[in-house]
Design a protein around this ligand. Structure first.
Ligand code: FES
Length: 116
């Protein structure tokens, strides 16, 4: 899949999460990218798909971050993922990690894809 435009890089401030649609996987599930800045300010992109069950983290609600903004949270059973590497630190999929996607900045814009 080619790169998909996400947003202007300066629109992605801390606490903001942008989404982009990257088509479907071999099972027909949509590949939705979540693009955000971690606590160091680096841009990270993960697939919006819990590692516990094949459901989006927010279940379509748009609620993705913990109250303090420090983690991504699965609304279904509370899995808690680090922003910096998508690693699950608490919940039913502790020890697993969100699927990483690839984000690039070009001419001040962010693009995401599912391959390096
Ligand atoms: S479906 Fe995400 S923690 Fe259970």
């Amino acid at each position: 899949m080619a790169e998909v435009f996400v947003c202007a890089a300066d629109e992605l401030t801390t606490g903001v999460i942008r989404s982009a649609h990257l088509g479907h996987d071999d099972s027909g599930l949509p590949i939705m990218a979540l693009v955000l800045r971690d606590e160091t300010g680096a841009v990270r992109a993960y697939r919006n798909l819990c590692r516990h069950l094949p459901v989006p983290l927010d279940g379509g609600t748009g609620e993705l971050l913990s109250k303090d903004g420090a983690h991504l949270i699965c609304g279904t059973h509370g899995a808690t993922y680090r922003l910096i590497d998508g690693y699950c630190v608490e919940g039913p999929c502790e020890g697993l990690a969100l699927q990483r996607l690839y984000c690039r900045e070009r001419d001040g814009d962010l693009y995401v894809s599912n391959s390096p």
